[in-house]
Design a protein around this ligand. Structure first.
Ligand SMILES: Cc1ncc(COP(=O)(O)O)c(C=O)c1O
Length: 458
């Protein structure tokens, strides 16, 4: 299949008589959903709308079969040898919470996180620090976001219970060496939880090779529906976790006085489940497997290369992360001198139907440390093509032309300079809050840039 054919599978990318296809560059937030997935979910509600594990009739039997088939498909997709290690949850955030809140902690237990974690892999530990007295050790990745094994080793030597890190960063698309991290952690008897949200959609994750103890993903970043996520592990490791919720579906039996929990994974799936979500996610895995990660990577890189080299000479564009797109294939994140990130995002959408994400991307800690108000993130998937890259470049260039250097739009002016992530020059231009990027926008959107800037940052 070619990119054009792949694109044809995504209804959200269709052209209409009045509009060209949108340029969707926000797949790191949520990927688009192909017809195959929509049909699988519709078929559930249309043809066998039952619930698994309760009634004995044919709808229920069909749902049960397909729900468990989806679990087996996730196990194959992630290289888990035992499908009982796959727990269906709402999203990666819930998966991380299940580990955080499910392990039993003693005061002084140490957890290692990095200084670039999504809030979903930060707040849960902060709460445990407050309420249960655990200690958070922060692995610094330095200004360039580079992993240093010796630094991790120093932390591990203090005696660590759990290392909880991202696999691929949602800030700049760079990845950590998970296998090395696991080896080092296991040598020190620490367990490893990996937030795989931004990796599993883009590369083959083989947990039998990586030997991660817990791996969290969200289906909505890999062509699946919202509200569907997975914690992948082994039944043995899962048995150490206390379920977040209990009730129907989680027990073998109960009396008025007592109950016995079912073995993993069912003890973690309380109440009637998101069957359409699990069945749709299975269709998404089939779609990704059919395309294959080599072609996914190749197409993303093609688009990312074009954008990276297209903006390389622009003095006012500052890339976050390494120059080489091969080290961050799915993301191009940047600031523009003098343009508030939210104003830029609205301008791209209004003027060119280019959809990007702006703000702090749920990593407030990263921006707060640097006194930044956020940035713009274009993220790619295999359905992006050359036209997307060209439209994006045209839009950014027009924005730069229309906002003369020395102007400041929106919240950048209000909250301080969006200094270069890697110190490549000052960004402050004093005073102006009404800039061209803003005034160029139709009134309907005019409030969103400033008011939305921090509120929508994650
Ligand atoms: C790296 C990373 N971790 C965690 C999350 C949270 O994912 P979810 O909201 O699907 O639980 C995201 C979402 O953007 C992410 O990019």
């Amino acid at each position: 299949m070619t990119v054009a054919k792949w694109r044809g599978e995504f209804p959200a990318l269709r052209e209409t008589r009045d509009h060209p296809a949108p340029v969707y560059l926000d797949s790191a937030c949520m990927s688009l959903v192909p017809t195959q997935v929509l049909e699988a979910m519709e078929a559930y509600y249309r043809d066998y709308p039952g619930c698994a594990g309760r009634s004995l009739h044919r709808f229920a039997e069909e749902v049960e079969r397909r729900y468990e088939e989806s679990r087996a498909a996730f196990a194959r997709f992630l290289g888990c040898s035992d499908a009982r290690g796959i727990v269906f949850l709402r999203n990666a955030t819930e998966a991380i919470n299940l580990v955080g809140q499910g392990l039993s902690w003693a005061p002084g237990d140490r957890v290692v996180i990095s200084d670039r974690e999504h809030n979903s892999n930060l707040i849960v530990w902060q709460r445990l620090a407050r309420e249960r007295g655990i200690r958070i050790e922060v692995l610094s990745l330095g200004p360039e976001g580079v992993f240093d094994g010796d630094r991790l080793e120093t932390l591990l030597e203090r005696g660590v219970r759990l290392v909880s890190l991202f696999h691929t960063s949602n800030l700049d698309g760079t990845s950590l060496p998970v296998r090395e991290i696991v080896e080092r952690a296991h040598d020190h008897h620490a367990k490893v939880l990996i937030d795989g949200c931004q990796a599993a959609p883009h590369e083959r994750v083989d947990l039998s090779r990586l030997e991660v103890d817990f791996y969290a993903i969200s289906a909505h970043k890999m062509l699946g529906p919202t509200g569907t996520g997975v914690l992948a592990s082994t039944p043995e490791a899962l048995a150490d976790l206390r379920p977040l919720s209990v009730g129907g579906e989680t027990v073998e039996w109960s009396t008025l006085e007592d109950h016995e929990l079912r073995p993993p994974p069912h003890r973690f799936e309380a109440g009637l489940q998101n069957y359409a979500g699990a069945i749709g996610a299975h269709a998404a895995l089939d779609f990704l497997t059919h395309i294959g990660f080599d072609r996914i990577r190749e197409q993303q890189l093609r688009v990312n290369n074009e954008i990276t080299s297209g903006l390389e000479g622009e003095r006012r564009v500052h890339l976050l992360g390494p120059r080489d797109p091969a080290r961050r294939p799915s993301i191009y994140a940047f600031t523009l001198d003098g343009v508030d990130p939210n104003d830029a995002a609205l301008f791209l959408d209004e003027g060119y139907r280019v959809m990007v994400r702006s703000g702090m991307h749920c990593v407030h800690s990263f921006y707060a440390q640097r006194g930044l108000s956020g940035n713009v993130r274009a993220s790619f998937y295999f359905y992006n093509d050359r036209r997307d890259a060209e439209t994006f470049l045209r839009a950014v260039r027009e924005l730069l032309e229309r906002v003369p250097s020395g102007t400041v739009t929106g919240t950048s002016a209000a909250t301080g300079p969006p200094a270069a992530p890697h110190g490549s020059g000052p960004r402050r231009a004093v005073g102006s809050t009404a800039a061209v990027a803003r005034s160029a926008r139709p009134p309907r959107r005019a409030e969103r840039g400033r008011a939305g800037s921090l509120a929508r940052s994650g």
